[in-house]
Write a protein that binds this ligand. Structure first.
Ligand SMILES: [Zn+2]
Length: 238
């Protein structure tokens, strides 16, 4: 009698399974939402999935908020956010230092403050949005597995999602992105909903610090038009 081992992504039963899987990256402060050994093979964990975690951590909104709030990485370092025109750091977690290359991005200076324009490191094009979507789908899919078990996520309903997360299939979809109230630990909730044909899908709501994403990993068409603003959320379609 051995413990059942089967990867919920590639479905392998024979690969090695030596590590647990953090549903959110540990560097976002996740110590609780973890899949035990035997759910994700080392190959998927160390290759595709760690690349997707890195993508999420490199997303400007998250990188910026980690620095502003002094959130330590798993090795205990407070991150530094590098942007093309400036660098932001928070070395003692109580004092934000901004290093500017030039004053030309500083606006509205007064005795009480100023506004700062900072530019993203990388362009947020469809290619990058898909990487961000896959990193969010990974979180959503693993959370559903944690709540409902391996048999549920290995049903044919999620075959397409597995291929998309692993990068084996091109896809379209949408993410709603916006800001929210502060939530120190990453938090994701989901709601079962029905589409126009009566098929069930789940809407996910991911909140970290002040960054919020709403997504669903099963429907390919965005209901609101791309670019629509809904209560501080913007629809991004790819
Ligand atoms: Zn695998």
């Amino acid at each position: 009698m051995g413990t059942i081992q089967q990867c919920i992504f590639c479905k392998s039963t024979t690969n090695s399974f030596n590590s647990v899987e953090h549903i959110f990256p540990e560097s976002l402060g996740n110590k609780e939402k973890i899949l035990d050994k035997g759910f994700v093979c080392d190959t998927c964990n160390n290759e595709v999935l760690s690349g997707l975690d890195a993508e999420l951590l490199d997303f400007e909104g998250i990188k910026f908020m980690r620095v502003m709030n002094g959130i330590e990485s798993k090795s205990g370092k407070v991150p530094v956010a590098n942007f093309p025109n400036l660098k932001i750091e928070n070395p003692n977690k109580d004092h934000i230092k901004v290093h500017l290359q030039t004053m030309k991005h500083v606006r509205d200076q007064s005795d009480t403050g100023f506004k700062l324009d900072f530019r993203g490191t990388r362009k947020m094009d469809a290619k990058r949005l898909k990487l961000l979507a896959r990193s969010l789908y990974k979180i959503g899919y693993e959370l559903v597995c944690l709540d409902h078990g391996r048999d549920f996520v290995l049903s044919p309903r999620f075959d397409e999602v597995q291929d998309i997360i692993l990068g084996k299939k091109d896809f379209s979809g949408y993410i709603l992105m916006g800001s929210n109230e502060k939530s120190e630990n990453p938090r994701v909730s989901y709601y079962p909903l029905k589409d126009e044909q009566g098929r069930e899908f789940m809407a996910f709501d991911f909140v970290y610090l002040f960054v919020r994403f709403i997504f669903d990993m099963e429907r390919r068409e965005a209901l609101p038009e791309a670019g629509t603003k809904l209560e501080r959320m913007t629809v991004m379609k790819f």
